[in-house]
Design a protein around this ligand. Structure first.
Ligand code: 5AD
Ligand code: SF4
Length: 468
C-alpha cells in the first residue's frame, strides 16, 4: 500500500437512521491522515454524523488533504470544484452540505482556500480537529466560513473523545507523536504539523487498552517521527518508543505492533534490542533513507551518512534476522549529480529492500531546498526515478517470491476483492488473499503462501487455522 496515495473515504459506511446526518470523509496522504479522519468522525458522532459511502448522501463532507509533494493545492482545488457541484445539486433538493477542508493543505493555504473557494465552510489544520463540533455549529449558523489553523497550546488529543469506534478487521492505527523538528531541506512537515510532541504514555496505553478490548490485535503506532517518541510516563519519567512497545506487548497484550515513520537518527539501542526480544514487534520496518550519497544526505540535513545507515541496518538484522526493510527515496534533490545517484543505487543493492516508495524531488515553497541552486532538470529526474524504481521492483519481487512455500501467520482485516475471499496482512505487511470464511476477519490464521502477484500474495489456509 502506498502510504501517500489517495485513499477511499471512511472505513465502513454505516446505516443512516432518519435522524442521523451523513458524513463523507475523503482522505489523502499518510496514515496519520487516515487516523485523523477516523478521529474527526469520532468527534462528530455525538452530533449524529454517520459515515456514508458517497458525497451526495452527505450532510457534511471533509476533504482531508496532504501537502507533502507536488501540486497539492491544485489537486485540492480541482477536487473542491467537483464537491461544489455536489453541494449545489444537494441545495436544489433543499439540503445543506457543510464542506470542510482539513489536513496539511488547509494548514498551509487556509486563506487562499477561502478566497478561491468561498463555498467552503470550514478550514481546519491538523491540530484543531477537537474543535470541529464548535466549528460545525458556527458554520451551521451561517456565520460565514470558519478557519482554524493555529497551533493551539493544548494537545488536541486531550480534547478528542476517549471512545473510538474500533475498526473491524483487528488492526488499528494509534497516533503517539506528531510534528517534526528535524527540518530536512525538502520537507514541509515541520511547517505544517509543527514542533515535535509526544502523547503521554498513559493516554496511549488507555487508548490501546480500549482498542484491545474491542478486539484489535495489531496496532500501528503513528508519528511523523515516531521513534523520536519521548512521552511522559505514568511514573513521571520519560518513556521512549521501546519502553512503550514493551508495555503494549507484555501488559496490554497487543499481538502485533508496528510503528511508522521512523528516522534513522532516532533508532536508539533499546529500540534495536526490542526488535530482537519482542516477538510482537513485527519484522518489517519502514526506515526512510532518501539518498545513498553522503553529499546529498548532508544537503538534505538528514544527520547521518550512507555507511551509518548500512551499519544501522546490520545491527537491526543481527537483532532480528528476518527483519525486512522498506524506505523512501527522493531523486533529483538540488545538487544531486550522476555520481550521487550512483551512490543511491549502490546503497539499494547493498541493503535489499522488501518495499519502497520513491519520488522525484518537488520544490515546496518555504523549505530550504526550494531556494537552493542547481535544481535538477525534470528529464534527469525522470530517468533516475525509472532506474531506481526498476531495481526496487526487482527487490520487492525477489522478497515476495521468497515467501512462496512458507506458512505464515496472517491477520485477516476484511473481505478480498473476489467473492469468497478474505484478505489480510503478513508479518511483513504483504497483502495476502485466500479463500476463507468471514469468521476469520479480525483474527490471525496460518496461510501456506502459494503465489505472488504484483502487489499481493495468494495462498491457502492451513488445517490448524486460528491461533486465537
Ligand atoms: N519532494 C519529493 N519527495 C518528498 N517527500 C517529502 N517531501 C518531498 C519533496 N519535497 C517524500 C520523502 C518522505 C516521504 C513521506 O515523502 O521521501 O520520506
Ligand atoms: Fe520531513 Fe525530515 Fe521531519 Fe521526516 S524527518 S517529517 S522528512 S523534516
Amino acid at each position: 500500500m502506498n502510504s501517500l496515495s489517495p485513499r477511499p473515504g471512511m472505513a465502513q459506511p454505516e446505516p443512516v437512521t432518519p435522524s442521523a446526518r451523513g458524513l463523507h470523509v475523503i482522505t489523502w496522504g499518510c496514515q496519520m491522515n487516515v487516523y485523523d479522519s477516523e478521529r474527526m468522525s469520532d468527534v462528530l458522532r455525538p452530533l449524529g454524523y454517520r459515515a456514508v459511502g458517497t458525497p451526495d448522501a452527505a450532510d457534511m463532507i471533509i476533504l482531508n488533504t496532504c501537502h507533502i509533494r507536488d501540486r497539492a493545492a491544485e489537486k485540492v482545488f480541482s477536487e473542491l470544484g467537483r464537491l461544489r457541484l455536489v453541494k449545489e445539486e444537494r441545495a436544489t433538493r433543499g439540503m445543506n452540505t457543510v464542506l470542510a477542508v482539513a489536513g496539511c493543505v488547509a494548514q498551509a493555504e487556509g486563506r487562499e482556500i477561502l478566497a478561491r473557494a468561498p463555498y467552503v465552510d470550514i478550514v481546519l489544520g491538523p491540530q484543531t480537529y477537537h474543535r470541529l463540533p464548535e466549528m460545525v455549529a458556527r458554520a451551521a449558523r451561517a456565520a460565514g466560513a470558519v478557519i482554524e489553523t493555529d497551533f493551539p497550546v493544548e494537545q488536541k488529543f486531550d480534547f478528542l473523545p476517549a471512545e473510538r469506534v474500533a475498526p473491524a478487521g483487528g488492526a488499528a492505527f494509534l497516533t503517539i507523536q506528531e510534528g517534526c523538528d528535524k527540518f530536512c531541506s525538502f520537507c514541509v512537515v515541520p511547517y505544517t504539523r509543527g514542533a515535535e510532541s509526544s502523547r503521554p504514555a498513559a493516554a496511549v496505553l488507555a487508548e490501546a487498552r480500549r482498542l484491545a478490548a474491542a478486539g484489535v490485535r495489531e496496532i500501528t503506532l503513528l508519528g511523523q517521527n515516531v521513534n523520536a517518541y519521548h512521552g511522559e510516563g505514568p511514573d513521571g519519567g520519560t518513556w521512549g518508543l521501546a519502553r512503550l512497545a514493551r508495555v503494549l506487548a507484555d501488559e496490554v497484550g497487543i499481538e502485533r505492533i508496528r510503528y511508522t515513520t521512523s528516522h534513522p537518527r532516532d533508532m536508539e539501542d533499546d529500540l534495536i534490542a526490542a526488535h530482537g526480544d519482542l516477538p510482537q514487534l513485527m519484522p518489517f520496518l519502514h526506515l526512510p533513507v532518501q539518498s545513498g550519497s553522503d553529499r546529498v544526505l548532508a544537503a538534505m540535513n538528514r544527520g547521518h551518512t550512507a555507511d551509518e545507515y548500512r551499519v544501522l541496518v546490520d545491527r537491526l538484522r543481527s537483532a532480528r534476522p528476518d527483519l525486512a526493510l522498506s524506505s523512501d527515496f527522493i531523486v533529483g534533490h538540488p545538487g544531486e549529480t550522476d555520481a550521487d545517484f550512483a551512490d543511491t543505487m549502490r546503497l539499494i543493492r547493498d541493503i535489499g529492500f522488501a518495499q519502497a516508495y520513491s519520488f522525484k524531488y518537488s520544490s515546496r515553497p518555504g523549505t530550504p531546498a526550494a531556494g537552493a541552486g542547481a535544481q535538477v532538470p525534470e528529464d534527469v529526474k525522470d530517468a533516475r526515478l525509472q532506474e531506481l524504481q526498476a531495481i526496487l521492483r526487482v527487490q520487492q519481487d525477489t522478497f515476495n517470491d521468497a515467501t512462496v512455500g512458507r506458512v505464515t501467520p496472517v491477520l485477516f482485516t476484511g473481505r478480498g476483492r473476489k467473492p469468497g475471499q478474505i484478505s489480510g496482512k503478513s508479518p511483513w505487511l504483504q497483502a495476502v488473499n485466500v479463500e476463507g470464511p468471514d469468521s476469520l476477519i479480525g483474527r490471525v490464521a496460518n496461510v501456506d503462501i502459494r503465489h505472488t502477484y504484483t502487489n499481493s500474495l495468494g495462498g491457502v489456509l492451513t488445517e490448524e487455522t486460528d491461533r486465537a
